[in-house]
Design a protein around this ligand. Structure first.
Ligand SMILES: Cc1ncc(C[n+]2csc(CCOP(=O)(O)OP(=O)(O)O)c2C)c(N)n1
Length: 644
């Protein structure tokens, strides 16, 4: 279909934000660095354009000095670019922040976001990202705290390719990310060179296998409709990243339409399980002798956590919380029931792959019930949907929306006799929970004085410093031995936000910064235990934290290597019956050792380390916490044991 070419005759020689005025202000920005506000960049003082050296627009001055071609400073002024309307649309979506690495495919939209309207650069506020992957992963972490999407503004096909890994992590984690990608769709209009190189005829195709929805609107009205629809799709379980292509032709041409309207956003209520299926599940659970709840991506909200507690207490059933904080970890029913507790009925809530549960259940003649919204939607290429498993009852619904009905159905079925049996079971489960907790504390003492420092010691030394604060652990714990869950008391949703989604490295640092951004307005203390391999994907996100005053305590888990891969290669050495002496090749980050404190200082953070003596740890962590409480990002580099 041919794309309509908007009428350009409406350009006028004078306007609200003429090119010349913009160029002069840009020059002023080059000579006088603006003061940065706490959460938002403020414009340079008016009148600064008359500062010495500001008379020549910067691009032209640089071009003259370097002998290159400069953009021509014609007096062409676009009175009201389409991007102004696009910003009006975006502002109805209640998106607080966007992260972007700047690019010419969205320059018109960029300018409208930061200049247009009575409250420019708000809803969303523009945050500078040093890498598109970081921009999207920031959105990922932000959602997990705030429960609503953040926006990533992405530059054409090149930016989208950089963003790909982070989009995939969010997709696999069923996390909504609101992405707008610039493009020059009209071949007749775009310039040779980068405008062509960075554009595509079907931009969404690059990531369509791992976005929930994408669209390329051909007109401003189409943009408005699709922008609202995209939000709605992203936020309907199973949630996921969505992508809107913002063609330069609709961004930068004057608004020709006179009847544009922004449609109302009406959210889709998440699907709850069918009544008969829920009743059948309740019957199996109430009759079970050793029921087990496995909760992975459920629950999605603090209310969901309360519901999960209600169900567990109703049934006196252990909850094996596999991922994010979805069940208080000091609750007596938290855990897998202890050694020897072999479930006869397992209820799996939003579990990505039920192969393990189903296989062990089959071997014992036990039953598995699944409740998941993921079963309602499938794509073909990427295999994140896991294995086909022959479970006993499969409820295609949002688990959190189904829980109230399931709890009610269970309560109706529980007789006084069943109650007594369940309460007896509950006492045993509480003992098992306590034993597991005590075992964790004891295990933490092993290698207490070791150098390099143990992960358990870092986690234990942190606890007295944070336990009376409103804290939030914003990085994955899989690579830190799960110690925070074993040693800290987690009861609020933001106490642990879970892992990468698809296991893609390069998530930890930016997702932590995004989560810390969301925590900032609540005054929460955000903690990131940062693995070194992950750090090195795109460390520039720490500059973003410094620049935008995002308080975050980062403790480097600096084991000087890609330890997961060290273990894999060592394993192969033994499978191939050869020595493991060379397993460090390709897996270690030493010679030279990386100086993380210096890198962080270079990005503008307060930083200390490397710390190798565990006695130096507690005072450094204390200094770090104090500084973060004063709204600074801080990095403490600790040389650590490989994993434990
Ligand atoms: C994008 C990406 N590339 C490669 C891998 C393979 N991989 C899995 S774990 C790992 C090591 C990560 O190192 P680090 O973050 O330091 O954690 P450690 O294993 O040392 O605990 C790698 C490279 C991956 N998961 N994701």
């Amino acid at each position: 279909m041919a794309k309509p070419r908007p009428d350009k005759s409406k350009t006028s020689p004078v306007g609200r934000r003429g090119f010349l005025k913009g160029a002069a202000a840009g020059a002023a920005a080059l000579v006088a660095q603006p003061q940065i506000g706490k959460s938002q960049e403020e414009a340079p003082a008016r009148g600064a354009a008359s500062a010495p050296g500001a008379a020549t627009p910067p691009a032209q001055r640089l071009a003259r000095e370097s002998g290159g071609a400069a953009p021509s400073a014609t007096a062409r002024v676009i009175e009201r670019p389409g991007s102004d309307f696009m910003v009006e649309v975006l502002r109805t979506l209640n998106i607080e922040y966007l992260a972007a690495n700047p690019g010419s495919t969205f320059e018109s939209l960029h300018e409208s976001i930061i200049n247009y309207g009575p409250k420019p650069n708000t809803m969303p506020e523009f945050l500078t990202a040093c890498h598109e992957e970081s921009a999207v992963a920031m959105c990922h972490g932000y959602y997990k705290i705030e429960g609503k999407p953040m926006m990533a503004l992405i530059h054409g096909d090149i930016g989208l390719q950089h963003a790909g890994m982070a989009i995939y992590n969010a997709y696999a984690d069923r996390v909504p990310v609101y992405m707008v990608v610039g493009n020059h769709a009209d071949g007749a209009e775009r310039a040779a060179g980068v405008q062509s190189l960075h554009s595509a005829q079907d931009l969404g195709a690059l990531t369509r296998d791992y976005t929930k929805w994408d669209d390329e609107p051909y007109s401003l009205q189409h943009f408005a409709d699709s922008a609202v629809r995209a939000y709605k799709i992203a936020m309907t379980p199973p949630m996921g990243p969505v992508l809107l292509v913002a063609n330069n032709e609709i961004q930068s041409h004057p608004i020709a339409e006179t009847n544009l309207r922004i449609p109302k956003l009406t959210m889709t209520s998440p699907p709850a399980g069918d009544q008969a299926a829920v009743a059948a599940a309740a019957k199996m659970l109430v009759a079970a002798e050793r029921p087990l709840i496995v909760a992975q991506r459920a629950a999605r909200t603090p209310e969901g956590i309360k519901l999960l507690v209600d169900l567990a207490e109703t049934l006196q059933c252990p909850v094996n919380s596999q991922e994010r904080m979805n069940f208080p970890n000091r609750h007596p029913l938290s855990g897998n029931g202890g050694a020897g507790y072999q479930p006869d009925v397992t209820l799996a809530l939003e579990v990505a792959d039920l192969q393990n549960e189903a296989r062990t259940a089959r071997a014992r003649g036990a039953k598995v019930i699944g409740i998941s919204s993921s079963t309602l939607t499938h794509k073909s290429n990427i295999q994140d949907f896991g294995h086909y498993v022959d479970i006993d009852l499969d409820i295609g619904a949002d688990a959190e929306a189904t829980l109230p009905y399931l709890i009610e159905a269970c309560k109706k079925l529980i007789t006084a006799d069943r109650r007594r049996t369940m309460d007896e079971r509950g006492k045993k489960l509480a003992d098992a929970h306590k034993a597991a907790f005590n075992a964790g504390v004891e295990a933490a003492s092993y290698g207490w004085d070791a150098s390099p420092v143990s992960l358990a010691r870092i986690t234990a030394e942190l606890w007295p410093l944070i336990k009376n604060e409103d804290w939030s652990f914003v990085s994955p714990q899989g690579f830190v031995g799960g110690w925070p869950n074993r040693l800290w008391k987690m009861e609020k949703m933001y106490h642990y936000i879970g892992g990468q989604g698809a296991g893609g490295m390069g998530y930890g640092a930016p997702a932590s910064v995004g989560a810390a951004l969301a925590n900032r307005k609540y005054g929460r203390l955000s903690i990131n235990i940062q693995t070194d391999g992950d750090f090195n994907y795109a460390p520039g996100v720490f500059w973003t934290a410094a620049h935008h005053r995002i308080p975050l305590l980062t403790i480097m888990h600096n084991n000087r290597g890609y330890h997961q891969e060290v273990m894999f290669v060592e394993q192969q050495c033994s499978v191939h019956n050869r020595g493991a002496e060379r397993a460090h090749i390709g897996t270690k980050l030493w010679d030279p050792n990386i100086e993380y404190a210096k890198i962080a200082q270079g990005y503008g953070l307060y930083a200390e380390g490397p710390i190798g003596d565990p006695k130096d740890l507690a005072p450094a962590l204390k200094r770090g916490v104090e500084r973060v409480k004063k709204d600074e990002p801080v990095l403490i580099d600790v040389v650590t044991q490989p994993r434990g």
